[in-house]
Write a protein that binds this ligand. Structure first.
Ligand code: HEM
Ligand code: HEM
Length: 178
């Protein structure tokens, strides 16, 4: 049986692509907003970036619960063990970093005392007392983790494309096919 026949559940796929859209939008929005200079565009980008990140919190938690209660289909048997191990490690790192990163953003923004306006609908309460020096340190970590996620994402997308175009083993379809 080819791997594509052993697909992920529909819920797992929806949650995967929802996560992908949120993260793939949050990274360039984050980079743009710190480089664009003060003004109305920067304010919109801040709100947009924070809203994407906050939306990710329930999505990734739901995804983690789903993942822990639904075993994913096994990888094709001819994948070298080291490669399977690397894929697994990247997946675990994604779950961990995507839970931690929005919380770091929330923490740093609380310590800065900027409002967290979620999709212009409601405000998230601060979770830390005002402390600008601490906020600066927290955002050093946020920046590092942001780029680490981007790096893992490049490896992950590269692997997915390699499966699809080089190995042609159906691994992309089992996450993609509807
Ligand atoms: C930020 C964006 C993304 C994140 C955080 C992410 C995260 C993940 C995680 C955690 C898994 C493991 C699923 C599980 O077993 O629980 C996974 C699987 C997968 N992802 Fe992504 N992904 C992203 C974007 C993409 C993109 C853009 C592609 C395609 C180009 C892709 C293709 C796949 C495929 C094919 C699988 C299934 C791998 C397998 O069957 O073992 N992902 N992804
Ligand atoms: C997984 C979700 C998130 C990702 C991947 C992410 C990623 C990033 C990236 C790449 C940057 C640019 C770093 C730089 O070049 O200096 C950034 C900056 C920033 N992020 Fe996030 N972020 C996420 C969630 C959040 C959340 C939830 C908040 C707030 C509630 C937030 C608040 C900020 C702020 C305020 C900055 C600017 C920091 C500064 O002024 O140096 N982020 N983020």
């Amino acid at each position: 049986m080819v791997a594509a026949e052993l697909g992920y559940t529909r819920t797992a796929r929806i949650l995967h692509w929802l996560t992908a859209v949120l993260v793939i939008a949050a990274i360039p929005a984050g980079i743009a907003m710190v480089n664009v200079g003060a003004g109305p565009l920067q304010n919109v980008l801040f709100d947009f970036h924070r809203s994407l990140g906050v939306t990710l919190i329930p999505v990734i938690l739901l995804r983690l619960v789903w993942r822990l209660t639904h075993k994913p289909p096994p990888l094709p048997g001819d994948i070298p063990p080291l490669q399977a191990y690397a894929a697994h490690a990247v997946h675990i790192a994604f779950y961990a970093l995507l839970i931690v990163q929005p919380l770091i953003g929330w923490l740093g923004t609380s310590a800065f005392r900027a409002p967290i306006d979620v999709w212009w609908l409601f405000e998230l309460p601060p979770i830390w007392p005002e402390d600008r020096a601490f906020s600066d340190q927290v955002f050093e970590v946020h920046e590092f983790v942001g780029y680490l996620i981007a790096l893992l994402l490049c490896a992950h997308i590269g692997a997915a494309l390699m499966h699809h175009f080089v190995r042609r083993d159906g691994v992309l379809q089992r996450m993609w096919a509807w």
